[in-house]
Ligand binder design. Sequence first.
Ligand SMILES: Cc1cc2nc3c(=O)[nH]c(=O)nc-3n(C[C@H](O)[C@H](O)[C@H](O)COP(=O)(O)O)c2cc1C
Length: 166
Amino acid sequence: MNDRELELAHATRAALRSVPTGVAVVTAVREGEARGITINAFTSVSLEPPTLLICVNRQARSYLYIAHSRRFALNVLAADQREIAERFSGKRREMQFEGLSVERGIGGIPLLAGAVAHFECAVSQEHAVGSHSIFIAEVERATHRAGEPLGYFDGAFRSFALERTS
Ligand SMILES: Cc1cc2nc3c(=O)[nH]c(=O)nc-3n(C[C@H](O)[C@H](O)[C@H](O)COP(=O)(O)O)c2cc1C
């Protein structure tokens, strides 16, 4: 990158600190082994058919699990699951799920207990963009529960104040 590109990347990163997001762990299984990765780059795409997208760094270990199996679960974390977000954003090589309560979803993919929403998805498209791949996926099952989601804003995990604005 030249100086101008570096400056633009820096400014983009800084401006993104002003964008609040939810936090999710994407889980996937490859050859019987499960892996998860914390992400905040996820959003809905369509309801006809129900479709969402996630963005995953192709350097991440989880990338190959998703790219090869073409299936994943998006576990949207609750406000009290900050430690789970930290666990799945660390470079822990093994035993990622040790001590966690999980159910097995479609294809044996782990669903994290306590999440506010689970989306079980089948990848329909992958688009490589820069360092990341966008996975567009059809939702095959979606569940949710009442509760406050975990937020991320200005470089830190946050709780959302759930009062409605007037
Ligand atoms: C709040 C937060 C949001 C993140 N969002 C993303 C994301 O959207 N996509 C991504 O590829 N990595 C994201 N990461 C980084 C991954 O969680 C991190 O690189 C992880 O260690 C990769 O693990 P792996 O190499 O074991 O798969 C995020 C991390 C944090 C803490």
